[in-house]
Design a protein around this ligand. Sequence first.
Ligand SMILES: Nc1nc2c(c(=O)[nH]1)N[C@H]1C(S)=C(S)[C@@H](COP(=O)(O)OP(=O)(O)OC[C@H]3O[C@@H](n4cnc5c(=O)[nH]c(N)nc54)[C@H](O)[C@@H]3O)O[C@H]1N2
Ligand SMILES: Nc1nc2c(c(=O)[nH]1)N[C@H]1C(S)=C(S)[C@@H](COP(=O)(O)OP(=O)(O)OC[C@H]3O[C@@H](n4cnc5c(=O)[nH]c(N)nc54)[C@H](O)[C@@H]3O)O[C@H]1N2
Ligand code: SF4
Ligand SMILES: [Mo]
Length: 753
Amino acid sequence: MSRTALRICPLCEATCGLTLTIEGTRVTGARGDREDVFSKGFICPKGASFGAVDGDPDRLRTPLVRKDGELREATWEEAFDAVAAGVRTVVERYGPNSVGVVLGNPNVHTMAGALYPPVLLAGLGTRSVFTASTVDQMPKHVSSGLLYGDANAIPVPDLDHTDHLLLIGANPLESNGSLCTAADFPGKLKALKARGGTLTVIDPRRTRTAKLADRHIAIRPGTDALLLAAMAHVLFEEGLADTGELTPHLQGLDELRAAIRDFSPEAVTGACDVDAPTIRTLARELAAAPTAAVYGRIGSCTVPHGTLASWLVDVLNVLTGNLDRPGGALFPQAATDRTPRPAGPSHGFTLARWHSRVSRHPEAKGELPLSALAEEIDTATDEGEPIRALITSAANPVLSAPDGDRLDKALDSLDFMVSIDPYLNETTRHATVVLPPPPPSQSPHHDFAFNTLAVRNQVRYTRPAVPLEPGRLPETEIFARLILAATGMHGADPTAVDELVIGQTLGKAVNEPWSPVHGRDPKELAAQLTGVSGPERRLDMMLRLGPYGDGFGVRPDGLSLERLLAHPHGIDLGPLRSRLPQPLKTRSGKVELLPQPIADDLPRLRAALDRLPDELVLVGRRHLRSNNSWMHNVPALTGGTNRCTLHIHPEDAERLGVRDGAAVRVKGAGGEVTAPAEVTDAVRPGVVSLPHGWGHDRPGTRMSHAATDPGVNVNQLLDGSLLDPLSGNAVLNGVPIEVAAVAAVSEKLSPVT
Ligand SMILES: Nc1nc2c(c(=O)[nH]1)N[C@H]1C(S)=C(S)[C@@H](COP(=O)(O)OP(=O)(O)OC[C@H]3O[C@@H](n4cnc5c(=O)[nH]c(N)nc54)[C@H](O)[C@@H]3O)O[C@H]1N2
Ligand SMILES: Nc1nc2c(c(=O)[nH]1)N[C@H]1C(S)=C(S)[C@@H](COP(=O)(O)OP(=O)(O)OC[C@H]3O[C@@H](n4cnc5c(=O)[nH]c(N)nc54)[C@H](O)[C@@H]3O)O[C@H]1N2
Ligand code: SF4
Ligand SMILES: [Mo]
């Protein structure tokens, strides 16, 4: 007998609603839920393989604890005892900063990852915090922090209504979108064109997204900030800047104009390899469109001027009057957002409140660069103790961060390491304790993060589709127990963690004059919460306190968990709307167009005008059927075109004597790798491309299918020294490398006879 159950897909940012077919406790099928208020039936090949991802036999079923050097199956009690002993010993001996925390990408795809890391970090009090954000979108957080005073206030292109989309360094036809949660991104781009709109794509590769575009500009990697600055320059120079209704909310327009004076199209053309008339056309088209949105992603963030490029994306939206207006780029309003406080000056955003010990990298958003993790473990300084214990959750930095070989050694040298992770992989194989979460079918789901980035306001929640397998703990409980063990409360009831948060949040809310619960008794409010678990009670609380909430009875029609459960396909909360000035938290209460740290970084951009281009640079790429480093173990999602090959342009291949399919050696500052070449004119000359997340050939892992076609770790080419200085974000694109045909290398090495 089979049955069906709904489950929001956690496999990418699109958050599609799935209808799962379940036989017994096994997911045997997945299709798009046509009634889902947001995704309306859309599904991609990854979602369709949900059952295979969920049921992967290599997923760990029990905790592992290292004994006599070997990871062995253990009980949860043994595992948490080991965590308490391991972490507390280090904290007590060396202080809180000697415990590092690494949070990887899937934390934004689980309820546990949204609700518990803040409690863990507060409880530990460590500054050694590293996340996937600094190999990804930290530049956008920093630019938002500086412009709007809130690092999480990220404007999202109004895909459904815009007339003109300028897409920079993003390939949503493979990635399904990022920092722009939209189910069926491909369909939305086609709809944009069908309604007469235009799509421009800036990407050194002719991607599937670029093929769909009206105009594709194959820019030289790493130079988008120059191109965008030149576009802003044209808007000012040609009198096309028109900030419209935004004007009263802006500060620093004249200073901005002066600051980018040097960046004319003629000045940047050489560096960007985009001709000046084209740059002028791009600016004019943007200004002329009835509505337009500029949107940048990985290719605009993981580059030397990532923060400046991210800032300029928003500057262009401002200068064309498209920020915060329908059809432009707007600030979503999620159901679990804090109740909006009245607009007005606030505390602003501060960078560099502390620095990393070894390379003195400034913190951003409370984080240090993931690129600096290895050195913070393996290097002693006078500044303080190195990291001696590490807590990782949903992270595989050995593959996703620069120089995995160095990190491998560093992780081996730790006194203690615990990982919340379903797999024994390149990173978790170093752990002392591995705590495996249940597969997604056995976990509840709500998108706390992605609903704040969605192209339509909506709210959805799905309970576990399959009951928890005996012997398993929910990931939320694993996290709660880990927090207790790591903060000196080992053995306490894990619901205490949720009750603590509930008490603190309600205690704060009743004191806020703008809160719907102002002046009420927190205990009385807590008693009203519904839900079968701590995390459900917390979701109920957030919904009820939020902008659409019932305010604990104040607005009887408002949202609550109960109401959401009555709508299994979700509740639509309407299109994105103008919200300024309310989201602004700058000191001035305005959009601060030329914040000081940005102004201070502009000379570095000016210097890039005269930099001679590198002969050959590396960029990344994503494949629709992959996801960073952890989906190569699913046979249905591997093979075909999903391969770890080096894309190289025919001209470069010819010059370097590289044949299609032959092995090539790629050398970078951090090391070298050998991969098969794929000669293709989809990359521009002077650019080669390797995907990331590969390199599954290390011993001691348990990912049997991935190991059959391991690929190579592109991040071994990096040594971790290339960063965007403002955000600490790793430079993963536009990295100088050398390429040689393997035959040519061995000819050089073999003695001439
Ligand atoms: N199938 C699949 N989907 C995914 C993921 C995955 O691994 N696989 N990962 C998820 C994650 S974690 C994220 S963050 C998102 C990322 O989502 P996207 O940003 O859409 O990801 P990419 O496909 O890497 O697209 C980046 C593009 O930037 C281009 N590029 C490189 N350098 C430059 C440059 O200097 N300038 C410009 N203009 N372009 C450049 C690359 O050629 C590439 O096409 O995808 C998510 N979705
Ligand atoms: N060269 C290059 N490097 C890149 C990128 C690039 O474009 N180019 N992209 C970067 C980006 S955007 C990102 S986001 C990072 C991603 O890098 P990471 O944050 O390291 O993420 P993944 O590599 O996807 O590894 C995810 C880990 O989470 C585990 N996991 C899966 N599901 C769950 C779950 O439900 N719960 C828990 N607790 N764990 C789970 C997996 O087993 C795996 O160990 O990589 C970055 N690295
Ligand atoms: S697009 Fe993303 S969320 Fe939608 S089915 Fe595919 S992997 Fe899942
Ligand atoms: Mo990412």
